[in-house]
Design a protein around this ligand. Structure first.
Ligand SMILES: CC(=O)N[C@H]1[C@@H](OP(=O)(O)OP(=O)(O)OC[C@H]2O[C@@H](n3ccc(=O)[nH]c3=O)[C@H](O)[C@@H]2O)O[C@H](CO)[C@@H](O)[C@@H]1O[C@H](C)C(=O)N[C@@H](C)C(=O)N[C@H](CCC(=O)O)C(=O)O
Ligand SMILES: Nc1ncnc2c1ncn2[C@@H]1O[C@H](COP(=O)(O)OP(=O)(O)OP(=O)(O)O)[C@@H](O)[C@H]1O
Length: 488
């Protein structure tokens, strides 16, 4: 176990009190996770102030306290480190405690409002297909080579992320692909990570509940690029209005991708339909299984990053052509007999639902009707309920309103609130079936050959939470079973 002095190497503390040779057994930013020999880092949060839990941490055995304000009385046998910003200190201390794992692998971070999970997952699957051991840190799950663990955050806190990186290094991973959320940049969760590459997908109005203004949201995203080292690459989407802004102050190698204007990595969509994409990538025609213009961007971003990382162009395109996106993101299932296309997508906000339905609209034939099965989560933002129903009705031929995760709420009350957003014409398109399994079966029974069924909201999830109880449920399994049941 390291001693305190060793984990302070990259830190400039304002004050140190106590023995710097104190052994540190573990790190915690949560007093409830403190055990004997833990260094407790007190951070000021959005709800409470970690400084108020210093005494509790000491009572649980903390031997080191890292804080922004020294307590008025200091305990014997405890070392105190005063820092300017304990969020940032957490990253630096954790990096040192875990032996600077990011410096021993190539870590690529992906930020942007949309496409982070898809891009990071595609990179992970591509590099695995190219023969490397890899790690993935994403909203859906974290992969430590072959070990898969469910995620709690898009980007975990500074201590958890360094612990994960260390496990990836111990598992001999050469590459780590990770999502970098704006919350993580703002809260310094990525402090202490040495990035080999940073990617920007796009930015639209989102997360303003947290960042307050769009300008602040942009500023936070840009900080990720501003802080990159010279030996990294910064790859941006040149077609996004803010794409080039991200590169303005970076010391890293600047590169870009575009489907429209000159860029380091240039793509052109030649064909885009419900069976896949054909693109010209850097002068080479390539076929992909993934669907939709947004995936053309994701594929091009991944291609660019792979070339920056020194991979061979033809090999990258060959491997990419066979890959699917991230679990539950525009996942397609074709019925064997009637060729009904089932699409499972995680879209659980009005914006995301609109995105998916707009893509379907762009790619569908005139004769194909679109049936959307959608619900809204309980115990969460109620204002989106009527809007989700309205978006579904405006862009589908039939809509089945059903349950998502009602959690502690009455499913019928949620459906009432969704339906309240609809006018009479829209209501004529709608069926209400709160049992999601029945709703999916009904959608399949109503579909004619060649139609499209969108199952929105749950994506990769494998459970449904009703009245506080989580039962196994998976849209992907349900659509497949329903196709079989009706022999479609
Ligand atoms: C709004 C937000 O981001 N909150 C994050 C923040 O919590 P917080 O500031 O509210 O913490 P707090 O409850 O005030 O507590 C302050 C400190 O006191 C400590 N404490 C608290 C109680 C106690 O008894 N003892 C104790 O030591 C806490 O551990 C914490 O260190 O710091 C926590 C520790 O890192 C995070 O777990 C927590 O994420 C919450 C759960 C969350 O839901 N975050 C979401 C919004 C988020 O981060 N999302 C992004 C993705 C966004 C997207 O793209 O969709 C993500 O990266 O996951
Ligand atoms: N490059 C893109 N541009 C715009 N929309 C996209 C892009 N990639 C994916 N999408 C849409 O956004 C949805 C979410 O994609 P993805 O999960 O990859 O994004 P994300 O940034 O990780 O978001 P989240 O953290 O909410 O999962 C997809 O199902 C798709 O509808």
């Amino acid at each position: 176990m390291p001693v305190l002095q060793e984990i302070l190497v990259n830190l400039k503390p304002q004050k140190i009190a106590g023995n710097q040779q104190t052994e540190v057994n573990s790190l915690a930013i949560d007093s409830r996770k403190v055990a004997a020999g833990t260094a407790f880092i007190a951070v000021r949060g959005s709800v409470v102030d970690g400084h108020d839990y210093i005494e509790k941490a000491i009572a649980s055995g903390a031997s080191v306290i890292v804080c922004e304000t020294m307590p008025s009385s200091l305990s014997e046998n405890v070392a105190y480190i005063q820092v300017k910003d304990s969020h940032a200190a957490a990253g630096q201390i954790a990096a040192a405690f875990y032996g600077f794992p990011s410096e021993k692998m190539k870590v690529v971070g992906v930020t942007g409002t949309n496409g982070k999970t898809t891009t990071a997952t595609l990179l992970f699957n591509l590099f695995k297909a190219l023969g490397y051991k890899c790690g993935l840190i994403s909203t859906v799950d974290n992969h430590i080579d072959e070990i898969v663990e469910t995620s709690t955050h898009t980007t975990p806190d500074a201590i958890s992320v360094q612990a994960l990186l260390r496990r990836m290094y111990d598992a001999n991973c050469a590459y780590v692909f990770m999502e970098v959320s704006s919350h993580a940049i703002h809260q310094h969760r990525i402090e202490g990570i040495h990035f080999t590459g940073a990617m920007f997908t796009n930015i639209t109005h989102d997360h303003l509940d947290y960042h307050k203004t769009f300008d602040e949201y942009i500023r936070v995203k840009k900080k990720f690029f501003d802080d990159l080292p010279e030996d990294a690459f910064a790859l941006t989407n040149a077609d996004d209005k803010r794409g080039m802004v991200m590169l303005q102050n970076t010391a890293a190698e600047k590169c870009s991708y575009s489907l429209r204007i000159p860029a380091t990595y240039k793509g052109k969509v030649l064909e885009n339909n419900l069976t896949g994409l054909i693109m010209n990538v850097d002068g080479q025609e390539a076929h992909f299984r993934m669907i939709g213009t947004f995936n053309a961007y994701n594929l091009l971003a991944v291609y660019g990053a792979a070339i920056q990382l020194g991979e061979d162009k033809m090999e990258v395109l060959a491997k990419l052509s066979n890959l699917h996106g991230a679990p539950g993101r525009f996942e397609t299932y074709m019925s064997p007999v009637d060729k009904i296309l089932g699409i499972v997508d995680y879209a659980h906000t009005p914006d995301a639902l609109l995105n998916v339905l707009a893509t379907i609209k762009q790619l569908r034939g005139d004769a194909q009707q679109v049936i959307t099965v959608v619900g809204c989560g309980g115990d969460r933002d109620k204002t989106k309920r009527p809007v989700m129903a309205e978006v579904a009705c405006e862009h589908s031929d039939r809509v089945i309103l059903t349950s998502d995760n009602p959690r502690s709420e009455d499913p019928e009350v949620i459906l009432n609130e969704m339906e309240a957003g609809l006018n009479l014409t829209q209501k004529r398109k709608v069926l209400r079936i709160s049992d999601r399994r029945e709703a999916i079966k009904t959608a399949v029974s109503l579909a004619n050959a060649g139609d499209i069924i969108l199952l929105a909201g749950k994506g990769h999830e494998t459970y449904q939470e009703i009245k506080g109880i989580k039962n196994h449920f998976n849209d992907r399994e349900e659509i497949t079973k329903a196709f079989e049941l009706y022999n479609k």
